[in-house]
Ligand binder design. Structure first.
Ligand code: A3P
Ligand code: MG
Ligand code: MG
Ligand code: MG
Length: 369
């Protein structure tokens, strides 16, 4: 295995090689998954998806990206467990044979795509080899690990924001490495995020990466020059709230009330997926607020682990609505859902106060009804 990498962690810090291979493997896997999911989107027939038992959508792109990422990670780190969103149970029946073959050719396109310089090192021996449909299913099902707070584990959300992906909106390919319940490496690919916000129809595609105590960067999908990320400070009245497009995923009405309490004037910015964390880290929006719409829903660790690390390493804070750290060591979910609040450190306590005030109002209203 290689012991160095051609991508510097930052321009200034030659000291660090901790997690250097993990970071580069995750970047390689995410970049390749971004390429194949974009291809899937271009050739997809409108509305082309399956519906899972929880009524949420899944596409050929989700399956292919999970298989591809799992294959790349497993080749380099065969002992590391993986917590992935998707499973292959749908892909065993004889009538799904053609779909499985289709997924397999997409995965193999991703595995054999041209190598960038950093993929010419020893760790990348697994790239360039085709895998079989059976291996595709095994790779997807490797993501069944139950999580926990001991040792290393990876999370994969092959397409975060599948509803956004289907609409041609934002989506994100998300990978993290968690050690003893704490995210230590996070990589997020956002193929539809514009390079220039003022030119949304221009060039698109960013990859974001963060390593614990080593900072956060972004670079273009095929680019190698990392731009360090640091969240700009914002005056409380200029805060722009980032929220889901889907009102079923987080409460828009709650966010409106918090905006009133904070006397914010700017409209919210709605966006699917962990692209919200990435936007926040770039200073496009200042507060990601995600409050539950149902008491029984538990947030998934793969929906937050890389994004939370990115914000932390960019200088911000991510907690639940009570100001407590998110706990990634409880299993596949964050447990009881008290929402997610991500923003700059200088406004965090003021935001938590307003969130708590809005929660108190909802409790009072519920008592009266
Ligand atoms: N009722 C619910 N409450 C909160 N999150 C939900 C939800 N139902 C689905 N989700 C999650 O919301 C994620 C998308 O978030 P967003 O709204 O920010 O784009 C989905 O990720 P996937 O698209 O990977 O399944 C899914 O895990
Ligand atoms: Mg999903
Ligand atoms: Mg997701
Ligand atoms: Mg997903």
């Amino acid at each position: 295995m290689a012991t160095s990498t051609t991508i510097p962690i930052t321009h200034e810090t030659p000291r660090v090689l901790l997690y250097a291979i993990e970071r580069i493997v995750a970047i390689s896997a995410v970049r390749r998954a971004c390429i194949v999911t974009q291809k899937v989107f271009e050739t997809m027939v409108k509305g082309d998806h399956f519906t899972k038992s929880d009524e949420s959508p899944v596409t050929v792109g989700d399956f292919a990206a999970q298989a591809l990422i799992s294959q790349i990670i497993h080749t380099v780190f065969p002992d590391d467990p993986i917590v992935g969103e998707e499973d292959a149970s749908e892909l065993y029946s004889p009538e799904k044979k053609e779909i499985l073959h289709n997924i397999t050719s997409i995965v193999n396109e991703g595995l054999t795509a041209d190598r960038l310089d950093y993929e010419k090192e020893d760790w990348a021996i697994g790239l360039g080899r085709d895998i079989s449909p059976q291996e595709v299913r095994e790779n997807i099902d490797r993501g069944k690990h139950n999580g926990g707070n001991v040792g290393r584990m990876w999370t994969i959300d092959p397409i975060d924001g599948t509803k956004g992906f289907l609409r041609g909106g934002q989506y994100a390919v998300c990978v993290s490495l968690i050690l003893d319940g704490e995210p230590v490496v996070g990589v997020i690919g956002c193929p539809n995020l514009p390079h220039d916000l003022n030119n949304p129809e221009g060039k698109k595609g960013w990859i974001f990466s963060a390593v614990k105590e080593q900072g956060a960067q972004r670079f273009t999908i095929n680019g190698l020059d990392p731009i360090p990320l640091g969240m700009p400070s914002v005056s409380p009245e200029s805060i722009v709230v980032l929220e889901s497009v889907e009102s079923g995923h987080s409460s828009h009405s709650f966010n409106s009330r918090v905006r009133e309490l904070l006397t914010l004037k700017e409209p919210s910015l709605q966006m699917d997926s962990q692209a919200k964390y990435c936007s926040l880290a770039m200073g496009r929006g200042h507060l990601y607020l995600r409050m539950p719409t149902r008491p029984d829903y538990e947030e998934k660790i793969w929906d937050h682990a890389p994004g939370a690390l990115l914000i932390k390493e960019a200088g911000g804070q991510v907690t639940d609505s009570r100001g407590k750290q998110l706990n990634f060591g409880l299993g596949r979910t964050l447990g009881k859902n008290y929402g997610v609040v991500a923003c700059g450190s200088e406004v965090h306590s003021r935001v938590i106060d307003s969130v708590q005030a809005a929660l108190e109002e909802s409790r009072e209203r519920a008592k009266m009804n």
